[in-house]
Write a protein that binds this ligand. Structure first.
Ligand SMILES: [Zn+2]
Ligand SMILES: [Zn+2]
Length: 468
């Protein structure tokens, strides 16, 4: 068995980017990459470091992080705790920032999983030895807060010209995220809506709690797969803004910047860190890859992905491509990310002096009208009925399930077109809505008022670790 190429002393257990590491050197390698991003420029350094005011008091940065109990967020938290500990030691009990973790749960079962894992984290030997967790707070938020107490609208896409209209939705029944996801024709659309809703809720939290930095634990692999996925799904115009860490997030009050401190770390490296540092038991609903572990190298060779390609979402397909590539060709992943980073927002498509419209569903900017493009590539107008035979077939169709659904859609469309208002929808969302049965969804009205709306937070009791 070979020794670690860094310290030359300990046994090598992990192999990545053609280099072998012992557990300790590998942990340093990962941690350093994350710290570099956290202290990468003046703005972030000022938020994270311990800074003193003239009167001797010190400023404390406010930081939020989306926390989904997957390997990336656990590793990000682990490294942040190391940073806090070092500050605490070097500055005699002072730290540079406080961290709010935001976890969005989908149902009661998911809430319990999160609660149990958090309980394990705060009582673990690794984290409970000192009072460092006093600077970290977790917020468990029900995903259905997205629909609660909001002005809801029914958004409908026109079957021929692809324009969209919205009408106030006033049914008494409560609308839920699970209800929305059930309408989706495939996992791809479901994931798209889920990600939009989670991202919106986390950003809203960051805005409402006056954070200066919002951390996303996305690995290099995850970001690269997001970039290609966006391009494939017709959301390419949003790649640049989704990776923007230089500017304040203007869609959410312009008070915080989004940071991806794990963007130089491959997912397989994050998973190897999770395993070698013993964080495995805190994972919720996540399958680790063990491809970088030297001891398991041979076992991994003939492992095939059990999911059928046709059942995979676009993001999973892209991920599978990287999985197949990552080991030897990790530079493909970093090239995609570097290219994505160089992209610019396509403002050149706007008329002079015109500002981009915002999509009523995903809130992204729209630079060119998607309905124009869709109309130019699709022929949807039907042929008029001319013979008796055609009329018979038409009547049969009308009584079929599809016929009845189509008629319901037409009725709804007439109502919405009469009483609703025209709204902007981006290409990706138009395609998503068009694929849903009835071509409509219920969605909250995204406006300033909605951003102030209270988030439904699960209150942890003292035993559960709210105040440790
Ligand atoms: Zn070593
Ligand atoms: Zn959209």
């Amino acid at each position: 068995m070979d020794n670690c190429q860094r310290c030359k002393k300990q046994r090598a257990v992990i192999k990545s980017r053609k280099e072998t590491f012992c557990e300790e050197c590998f942990a340093k390698f990962v941690s350093l990459k994350q710290r570099k991003r956290m202290m990468g420029d003046d703005f972030y350094r000022d938020v994270f470091k311990v800074s003193y005011n003239k009167d001797g008091t010190h400023g404390v940065g406010k930081v939020a992080m989306g926390f989904d109990f997957q390997s990336s967020s656990l590793v990000a938290l682990d490294v942040i705790i190391q940073v806090l500990r070092e500050q605490n030691r070097q500055h005699r009990g002072k730290v540079g920032f406080e961290l709010d973790l935001v976890s969005i749960y989908k149902d009661e079962e998911n809430l319990n999983q999160f609660k149990n894992s958090w309980q394990e984290i705060i009582s673990s030997e690794r984290y409970s030895g000192d009072d460092i967790l006093n600077h970290i707070k977790i917020h468990l938020i029900d995903v259905n807060t997205f629909y609660n107490d909001k002005i809801l609208r029914q958004i409908l896409v026109h079957n021929i010209d692809f324009n969209a209209m919205a009408m106030k939705w006033e049914e008494d029944d409560k609308f839920t995220v699970a209800g929305l996801l059930k309408l989706c024709p495939n996992r791809n659309t479901r994931n798209d809506f889920w990600n939009t809703i989670v991202q919106h809720t986390v950003k809203k939290f960051a805005m409402q709690s006056h954070c200066s930095v919002l951390i996303w634990g996305h690995s290099m692999t995850r970001l690269a797969d997001q970039i290609l996925g966006m391009v494939i799904k017709g959301r390419g115009a949003h790649v640049a803004s989704s990776l923007d860490t230089d500017n304040f997030d203007v869609s959410y009050g312009g008070s915080f910047k989004n940071l991806y401190p794990m963007k130089d770390i491959l997912l397989s490296e994050i998973d190897a860190y999770t395993i070698s540092q013993g964080l495995e038991s805190y994972l919720v609903d996540y399958t680790l890859r063990r491809s970088l572990l030297i001891a398991e190298e041979d076992a991994n060779k003939d492992k095939t992905n059990s999911m059928l390609v046709k059942n995979m979402t676009i993001n999973e397909l892209v991920r599978k491509y990287y999985d197949d590539m990552e080991g030897e060709y990790s530079n493909i992943v970093s090239t995609v990310l570097r290219t994505g980073d160089k992209l610019q927002t396509p403002v050149k498509y706007l008329e002079e002096g015109e500002s981009a419209k915002k999509c009523s569903v995903c809130s992204n900017a729209i630079y060119s009208d998607p309905s124009l493009w869709l109309r130019s590539i699709t022929v949807i107008k039907g042929h008029p009925i001319e013979t008796e035979e055609e009329q018979v077939y038409y009547n049969q169709w009308k009584e079929s399930k599809v016929g009845i659904e189509t008629e319901q859609y037409m009725k709804l469309k007439d109502t919405v077109w009469e009483n609703g208002e025209a709204i902007p929808l981006c290409y990706g969302c138009t395609i998503n809505l068009n694929g849903i049965k009835g071509k409509n969804i219920i969605w909250p009205k995204n406006d300033k008022e909605e951003l102030q709306n209270v988030l439904d937070e699960y209150q942890l009791t003292d035993d559960e670790g709210e105040d440790i």
